[in-house]
Ligand binder design. Structure first.
Ligand SMILES: Cc1ncc(COP(=O)(O)O)c(C=O)c1O
Length: 394
């Protein structure tokens, strides 16, 4: 119904365009036999031990507010994990803040390090929410291009051209959504040098750190946390979540780790926005990080098999070229030779093949000419999806 009120939503909110993912999502809802390869969430259920921990918390009456930085017990476990696995020594008492997923961590980090008018370098192609978060704080997203031709590596020479006196931070995401590429240790070192040279913050989104695959040419890919490099800890906000690693997207659990002053700012803003994250979900996350980890390995092995099937199938389509992604759970085929724009091809595929995929253009200008397909679906469904898309393309 049309409102007669002349008052309108804020200009800030109007800057947040709906991404192409949402449009595909809406269409997919209306197609009964649709196969969903557009969604960035594991199709696995949250492991039983984690669910039981939440139920126990409810039964034990652990249902009150916690510190706005999160339960200290949980921060201690996150601190141990960051030390053990990421080689970063954060003080759980003053340098870790528990957040409602990585999304909230990103927003809190921007609110804590950015002032209006600042410029933030964001990856292109990259997760659309980064630009939204930058816009929300009144800063300006400046896309830095990641190119298929050099394996989506950070290109320092190109990045140098984007730096101005207003540049405040660079956001990096490895393994990457949407390309599935990873930054090598050498590349992460280059980013560290770049950030130090220009004296800017780094926001490092590491939500796909566990989703690394073995490749023919090497024994396995390595995740390098930029904050573990010499003198990088204090200028970095390390962002991670339980969402992908433990199939906990709906629980909304994540964290940000940083220097003490930035963490204190994030905690203060978290208090102002929501007091704290759900206590019950925090107890579930405590079990996730502290309990058995075998579910993670099983899930990643399943993704590895799906990756092979999907990428092989995509490379058989006329006009498609799909390098094997090293991490995350996305294939990002180049479709330039099909003659379609990525939007038109994604629409054709959902309308005619009943398979939901995302146009690469939803991830930035550099994403034009690509599609993103998540292999967070069963091998059987991926095979049916490939057969259907093949029929449409041929
Ligand atoms: C790169 C990246 N970061 C963060 C998120 C969001 O994580 P969370 O659900 O923990 O907010 C996503 C979700 O798709 C993502 O792809």
């Amino acid at each position: 119904m049309e409102s007669k009120l002349s008052l309108e939503p804020s200009k800030r909110s109007k800057k947040l365009g709906l991404s192409g993912i949402r449009e595909i999502f809406e269409k997919a809802q209306k197609i009964p036999d649709v196969i969903r390869l557009e969604f960035g969430e594991p199709d696995f259920d949250t492991p039983e031990n984690i669910k039981l921990a939440a139920i126990r918390a409810i039964n034990d009456g652990k249902t009150k507010y916690t510190s706005s930085s999160g339960l200290l017990e949980l921060r201690n476990e996150i601190g141990s994990k960051l030390k053990r696995e990421n080689r970063i020594d954060y003080d759980p008492k003053s340098e870790i803040v528990v957040t409602a997923g990585a999304t909230s961590a990103i927003n809190l980090a921007f609110l804590s390090i950015v002032d209006s008018g600042d410029e933030i370098l964001v990856p292109d192609p990259g997760w659309a929410t980064y630009s939204h978060a930058v816009n929300l704080v009144g800063a300006v997203p400046i896309p830095y291009a990641l190119q298929e031709s050099n394996g989506y590596k950070f290109d320092r020479e190109e990045a140098e051209k984007l730096v101005t006196p207003k540049t405040r931070a660079i956001l990096i995401n490895t393994p990457s959504n949407p390309t599935g590429s990873i930054f090598t240790r050498k590349n992460v070192n280059e980013i560290a040098e770049f950030a130090s040279h220009h004296d800017v913050f780094v926001m490092s989104d590491e939500v796909y750190e566990k989703f690394l695959y073995k490749d023919d040419a090497n024994s396995g890919n390595e995740h390098v946390s930029i904050a573990s490099l010499n003198e990088m800890k204090d200028r970095t906000v390390t962002i991670n979540a339980f969402s992908k690693t433990y199939a906990m997207t709906g629980w909304r659990m994540g964290y940000a780790a940083s220097s003490g002053p930035i963490a204190a700012a994030m905690s203060k803003i978290n208090a102002a926005q929501s007091s704290c994250v759900s206590t019950i979900a925090q107890y579930a996350a405590l079990e996730a990080v502290h309990g058995p980890q075998d579910s993670v390995g099983k899930m990643v092995s399943a993704f590895a098999k799906r990756r092979e099937v999907l990428v092989k199938g995509l490379n058989e389509f006329p006009g498609f070229r799909c390098p094997l992604p090293h991490g995350a759970f996305y294939a990002f085929p180049n479709i330039q030779q099909t003659g379609f724009t990525s939007y038109d091809l994604a629409m054709k595929i959902i309308d005619e093949a009943h398979v939901a995929v995302v146009p690469g253009s939803s991830f930035g200008v550099q994403g034009e000419g690509y599609l993103r397909l998540a292999y967070a679906n069963s091998i059987e469904n991926i095979q049916v999806a490939l057969t259907r898309i093949g029929k449409v393309l041929n």
